[in-house]
Design a protein around this ligand. Structure first.
Ligand SMILES: [Zn+2]
Ligand SMILES: [Zn+2]
Length: 122
């Protein structure tokens, strides 16, 4: 397998730069499917400014499929907000932003509310 020097255009500064045969070989060995999109100097700048930030994609967040009730539709990020329970006054963690127009209950009181209004529907 042989490589030839290639001229690419940097997407940051728009300058042409050479993707050398040596680099192409290196990329192929590493299994990189994509060609570099930035010239070496822009790559260096980004590296310097990013400070080693990693692009770790979060996939497979813990989704609780056994949640009975079918009310929970919080997809994606599972951020919890701290608020005060409207029934018992204790600190409560809720998976949505409390907006103040509705009472918010802790998980204990929430279940109590459901039990008293839902009348044991199974
Ligand atoms: Zn550039
Ligand atoms: Zn409560």
């Amino acid at each position: 397998m042989s490589f030839a020097d290639k001229t690419l255009t940097c997407r940051d500064c728009g300058m042409d730069f050479v993707f050398t045969s040596g680099e192409q070989e290196f990329y192929a060995q590493k299994g990189f499917a994509n060609e570099p999109t930035r010239c070496p100097s822009c790559r260096q700048q980004r590296k310097a400014s990013n400070g080693g930030r990693s692009y770790s994609e979060r996939n497979g967040y813990g989704r609780n499929d056994g949640y009975a009730g079918g009310r929970g539709s919080y997809g994606g990020e599972r951020q919890m907000y701290t608020t005060t329970c409207a029934a018992c006054g204790r600190e409560a963690q809720v998976p949505f932003m409390p907006r103040g127009d509705k009472p918010v209950y802790c998980s204990d009181c929430f279940q109590d509310q459901r039990r008293s209004s839902g009348r044991n529907r199974w």
